[in-house]
Structures are given as structure tokens and as C-alpha cells.
Design a protein around this ligand. Structure first.
Ligand code: BEZ
Length: 290
């Protein structure tokens, strides 16, 4: 049976480039995870993908998201391949390496279990190769999103980060993220959220006027967005002296007030997994998905 969104992803044990992996133990109770399958070792597109994942690993870690890859060769083969990937230039800084586990699914047991085989692409023995699947799994081990690409199309891992951002944000707030949304951009208020609740939880929102007259396209600021930590003292002085700084003043003013009240901007964001957002007690419509 293929896994559907919302299904619990079963635990498994498997040898890997970093030794035996027990999936649930490896990920832990607090973390999300992504599991990315690859056709086979020493292949060009896979090498660029695994290098790119190594480069982006800090960004996944910031989102409490563990990275696991899977390829249908031995752990020994994976370790040899990693040396090539590290040298390929795709890992970013010269010291970056593929430190996350590459599962050694030699018998294709996991690929079959998770429905990751591509019937169109065969290896030299005529066996189906694994396709490029990504499973995004939340901290309750539930499958939250998948993508499935053929072997010939490399994935965009910025898109995976974007989806993790969207899932984590929409778990915490009654919002949905629009097309091409990126962190910090406007979000849609979910249709089931009454105006009064949206106002309390999200603050001011706008309603886009449409010919039907229906007020379903309501936009608010990203409620989970943290102001980047670039506002160091010297920088603030420099920035405030510029025209750009003048535009920033209202935001800085709000931050000062927030600090005076004992909050940091991240208190509103609640990006830490188990923290409840400050507005939880005002919730009346139950938007939390989990
Ligand atoms: C690759 O990773 O480059 C690849 C693997 C199998 C088929 C086509 C491309």
C-alpha cells in the first residue's frame, strides 16, 4: 500500500554511510525529517543533488529537520561515492561534506515499501531504479508532503525548504501559503477562520476585492517571520542614517516596544516546535492540524 499524506511513516532499520540507522531513533521525537531516494551511486544528477543537500544541511537543521538519503547500493559504495561528491564542488564550502546518512537499500526493500521505484528506468541488470522521491515527515512521524520526479530530473531543494517552512507555519497559525510564497511574504487567511479570529491571531489583514464580491482572498503578514539578526548596534546606526533606515523606523519602533514588554519578535513566531503560540488561548476555530 502506498503511503498517503497523513499516514504514519513506519520505522525501519538500515545500514548506511554512517553505520546502522534506526529511523525513529535517528530522527528523535522533536525533529522533522526528509527522506530522499536516488537511482544509484556514482551517477551525475544524484551527485549534484547530494552535494547540494550537504550545502543546505544547516538550513534544514535550522528547521529541526533531519536529512536522510537512500540509494540502492552498499554502504561501502556510498562512502566511496561521498569522496567524489565532496570533491565535486556541489557541497559549497571546501570543508562541507555529505555528513547525513545515505541509506544502503541494496535489496530495494525500503524503495519497494515506500513506493519509490520508477518502472521506466532500469539498471544494467534490468531492475527498476529508484525514482527521485522526497518524503517530508513531521515530528509525529506523519507523512506531510511528497514529491516524485523521474531519474532524469534533479530536484530543487530550495523548494523542499520552502515546503517545510509552509508546513511548520501553517501548523501554528490559521494561514495557508500562496503561490511561490517565501518566508516573510504575505500569507492567506484560511477560509475556515472567521474575520474576528483572524484579527486577534494575525492582526490586520486585507481583503482582495474580486468581481464576485466574495471576501475569500484575505491576506495577512507572515505571522511566523522573525526579523533577521543583522540589526547589530553599529549596523543600526549606519542603517538609520540612510533613506532605507527611515523606512525601517516603524519596524524598529515595534521591536523596541516588544522588548520593553518582554517579548522578542520570535515570541510571536513560535518557531520552536513544542512552544505554543502566545495567542493559543484566543483560538476559537481550531486551526491546528495535529
Ligand atoms: C543520474 O543520477 O544522473 C541519473 C540516474 C539514472 C538515470 C538518469 C540519470
Amino acid at each position: 500500500m502506498p503511503l498517503n499524506l497523513g499516514d504514519a511513516v513506519p520505522d525501519f532499520s538500515c545500514d548506511s554511510s554512517v553505520g546502522q540507522i534506526h529511523y525513529y531513533d535517528h530522527v528523535g521525537d522533536e525533529n522533522w525529517s526528509i527522506l530522499c531516494s536516488h537511482p544509484s551511486d556514482f551517477t551525475p544528477v544524484c551527485s549534484t543533488e547530494l552535494g547540494t543537500l550537504a550545502k543546505l544541511l544547516p538550513q534544514f537543521e535550522r528547521r529541526n529537520c533531519k536529512v536522510l538519503a537512500l540509494s540502492c547500493d552498499s554502504a561501502e559504495s556510498h562512502r566511496k561515492w561521498i569522496k567524489d561528491i565532496d570533491a565535486s564542488g556541489y557541497c559549497g564550502k571546501t570543508s562541507s561534506t555529505v555528513s547525513y546518512p545515505i541509506l544502503a537499500d541494496e535489496e530495494r526493500a525500503l524503495a519497494v515499501k515506500f513506493g519509490m521505484l520508477d518502472p521506466e528506468e532500469k539498471d544494467e541488470k534490468g531492475q527498476p531504479l529508484t525514482c527521485r522521491a522526497v518524503f517530508i515527515v513531521d515530528d509525529h512521524k506523519k507523512l506531510r508532503a511528497t514529491i516524485l520526479y523521474p531519474a532524469t530530473t534533479g530536484r530543487n531543494f530550495y523548494e523542499i525548504l520552502r515546503v517545510v517552512d509552509s508546513l511548520q507555519l501553517t501548523d501554528e497559525y490559521p494561514v495557508a501559503t500562496p503561490a511561490n510564497w517565501e518566508r516573510g511574504e504575505k500569507v492567506c487567511v484560511t477560509p475556515s477562520t472567521p474575520d474576528e479570529v483572524a484579527q486577534v491571531v494575525l492582526g490586520d489583514f486585507s481583503v482582495v476585492k474580486v468581481p464576485s464580491g466574495k471576501k475569500y482572498l484575505r491576506l495577512s503578514k507572515d505571522p511566523g517571520y522573525k526579523t533577521p539578526k543583522v540589526l547589530k548596534r553599529g549596523m543600526v546606526e549606519t542603517i538609520l542614517g540612510t533613506e532605507y533606515g527611515a523606512k525601517l523606523l516603524p519596524t524598529l519602533g515595534r521591536m523596541v516596544v516588544a522588548f520593553a514588554l518582554g517579548f522578542s519578535s520570535s515570541s510571536f513566531a513560535s518557531s520552536k516546535k513544542k512552544e505554543k503560540p502566545v495567542h493559543t488561548t484566543t483560538q476559537t476555530s481550531g486551526w491546528k492540524k495535529r
